[in-house]
Design a protein around this ligand. Structure first.
Ligand SMILES: [Zn+2]
Ligand SMILES: [Zn+2]
Length: 260
């Protein structure tokens, strides 16, 4: 059984500033526990759920925007048990690990040295993260070195497309994944450059053909429009199961996929 716990389902500048929804990213628990994109709210929601950061085995950061990384340094301290035990993996885009395009690294040099391994991820890379093989995919975003990730888990492939413009190349990289996680910042009729919106989902789903598509990283307008209603409208124009994530929702992936 693999599970995904959503520590936040908000994203984009204003949903993050005003915490319209939490922005803590998600935990993927397979062979180990991977924390993906720990933005503001990650630590608060772990505490709320009784999840100890000392049992996190890897932190993965898709790109260098604060809704994806702001809690990372404290989580590194948690993963390394206060900085005392050299353990775990920190993996991030080139912008996160080395800094690029006017962005400093997302964590300090000190925090970069605490885990057993700090590694930059580039599209086309194949890595082992906390015992789970992963493939790194491209994005089209304002952070040009941002990435998506496919986790090849014991329950099948889980795709996280990351913050991106809709793009055939980006979509094709995720073909055949069982679970597809999409950062849908805006609802129908409110396009925002360099992000996915509700009208992009049907085409992506019809190419990737996942068993389930999860909408997360929702901006203020998306939340105001009602994410469940957006998911229902999307499901009318494509063949897959579409689910709008809720803060603290857990997805259990075994022979079937269930929502807690
Ligand atoms: Zn974002
Ligand atoms: Zn971004």
């Amino acid at each position: 059984m693999v599970s995904i716990t959503f520590l936040g389902t908000g994203g984009g500048r204003f949903a993050t500033i005003y915490q319209t929804r939490s922005t803590g990213g998600m935990l993927i628990e397979d062979r180990g526990r991977i924390h993906l994109d720990p933005g503001p709210g990650a630590l608060t929601n772990m505490a709320r759920l009784g999840l100890d950061p000392a049992y996190t085995d890897a932190i993965v950061i898709s790109h260098c925007h604060p809704d994806h990384y702001s809690d990372a340094e404290v989580l590194v301290e948690g993963m390394t048990r206060g900085g005392i035990n050299t353990r775990g993996t920190l993996a991030g885009s080139v912008s996160v690990i080395d800094g690029s395009d006017g962005m400093r690294t997302a964590v300090s040099e000190y925090h970069m040295r605490l885990p057993q391994r700090s590694v930059a991820m580039k599209p086309g890379d194949h890595l082992d993260i906390a015992g789970t093989p992963v493939s790194i995919t491209p994005t089209r975003h304002t952070d040009a070195s941002g990435v998506g990730v496919i986790f090849h888990t014991t329950a099948g492939d889980i795709s996280y497309m990351g913050d991106t413009n809709p793009s055939e190349k980006v979509t094709n990289a995720h073909k055949g994944s069982r679970v597809l996680i999409l950062n849908i910042t805006r609802p129908f009729g409110a396009r925002l450059k360099c992000h996915l919106c509700s009208e992009d989902v049907a085409d992506i789903v019809d190419t990737v053909r996942p068993e389930i598509t999860i909408l997360t990283h929702m901006g203020v307008k998306m939340v105001q429009e009602g994410p469940e209603e957006q998911a229902r409208r999307i499901a009318e124009i494509c063949s897959g199961r579409i689910l709008a994530a809720r803060d603290l929702m857990r997805l259990d992936i075994g022979d079937s996929i269930t929502v807690q």
